[in-house]
Design a protein around this ligand. Structure first.
Ligand code: SF4
Length: 271
C-alpha cells in the first residue's frame, strides 16, 4: 500500500554532478521498493524520512512552469532519487507531462529506469534531439527480481521495452547494477541486451553503513551458501572476486564489440 500525496516545490530542476547539467526527480520516494536502494538511505539519514521505503510517494507540484529559455539545449537526467516510471506514473502521467513541458527547450535527455512503462512515451521521446533510455538490470532471474525489486518490471518486459524503443529509433543502454556477487550473471545479461545496446555500465553492489545489515540479511536469507563469499568481499575486503569478474566482462564485451564501463570498488575503467 503506497500513500500518495502532493508536495509543492519551487522547481523540478536541480543542478547535479551526475554527468548532466540538471536532474529532475518528479517524485519523492519510489514504490519500486528495491531492497538495496541508496535513495532510501539518503532519505532516512539526511532527510529524516523513517517510513518504510516504497510506502510513500509524493508527487512534486512546481510553483512555476519550466522556462524553456533558461534550459535551452541543456542535458537533463531523469531521475536520481526515484524512478520516473514507477507504477503510480501509469495513471498520474506526471512524467509524461514533464516531458511535454521540456520539449520546447530541446534538451538532451537521459532516463534511467527499471520499468517497461517508459515505452508508453515513445511518441514524445522521439521529438527530443537526443534521448537515451538506460535500463537497469541486477539479474535476468524474475524470481530474484521479485525479491530484490518487488514492484519494478520483469527482465522480460524490460527487454521488450528496449526492443520497442530501438525500433522507434530511440537510443537505449544498460546499467548492469547492482552486481550481486554470486547472483548477478553479467555474461547472461550482456547476451540478452546485446541486440539493443552499444554500451553497458557495470556497477558493483555497494554496502554502506546505512544499508549493509539489511542487504546482507537479504542475501543470507535468500542464498545462505553465499555467506562466506560475502564475508570475503565485504568484511575482509578481498578484491579477487571483482578482479576476476572485471576480466570476464572485458573479455566478453570485447568479443561482442560492446563498449563498457566497469565500476567495481569505486575504480572506474572505460574501454
Ligand atoms: S527504482 Fe531506483 S529509486 Fe526506485 S527503489 Fe529502485 S533503486 Fe531506488
Amino acid at each position: 500500500m503506497v500513500t500518495v500525496t502532493r508536495v509543492s516545490v519551487k522547481s523540478l530542476l536541480s543542478p547535479t554532478k551526475l554527468g548532466t547539467d540538471l536532474v529532475i526527480n518528479p517524485y519523492v520516494g519510489c514504490p519500486h521498493a528495491c531492497v538495496y536502494c541508496y535513495a532510501a538511505d539518503i532519505m532516512r539519514t539526511r532527510r529524516g524520512r523513517c517510513e518504510t521505503w516504497g510506502s510513500y510517494l509524493e508527487v512534486k507540484v512546481p510553483r512555476s512552469p519550466i522556462d524553456p529559455a533558461k534550459i535551452f539545449r541543456k542535458s537533463i537526467l531523469m531521475s536520481s532519487m526515484t524512478d520516473a516510471y514507477n507504477p503510480y506514473e501509469e495513471r498520474s502521467r506526471t512524467t509524461r507531462g514533464i516531458l511535454r513541458e521540456l520539449l520546447p527547450a530541446q534538451p538532451s535527455l537521459s532516463i534511467i529506469t527499471k520499468s517497461a512503462l517508459v515505452r508508453r512515451d515513445i511518441d514524445i521521446l522521439r521529438e527530443f534531439p537526443h534521448a537515451c533510455v538506460t535500463f537497469s538490470f541486477s539479474s535476468l532471474d524474475d524470481a530474484f527480481r521479485r525479491r530484490a525489486e518487488p514492484y519494478a518490471s520483469s527482465p522480460k518486459d524490460k527487454l521488450a521495452a528496449m526492443e520497442a524503443l530501438r525500433c522507434a529509433g530511440i537510443e537505449t543502454s544498460v546499467m548492469c547494477a547492482p552486481v550481486f556477487p554470486g547472483i548477478t550473471d553479467c555474461t547472461a545479461i550482456t547476451d540478452a541486451v546485446s541486440p539493443y545496446v552499444s554500451h553497458i555500465i557495470f556497477d558493483s553492489l555497494n554496502l554502506r553503513r546505512g544499508n549493509a545489515e539489511k542487504i546482507l540479511s537479504f542475501v543470507h536469507a535468500l542464498r545462505p551458501e553465499l555467506k562466506e563469499l560475502y564475508s570475503k568481499i565485504f568484511e575482509r575486503k578481498e578484491k579477487s572476486y571483482w578482479i576476476m569478474l572485471r576480466a570476464e566482462i572485458k573479455e566478453k564485451c570485447g568479443r561482442e564489440g560492446i563498449k563498457n564501463s566497469v565500476f567495481f570498488g569505486h575504480a572506474e575503467e572505460r574501454v
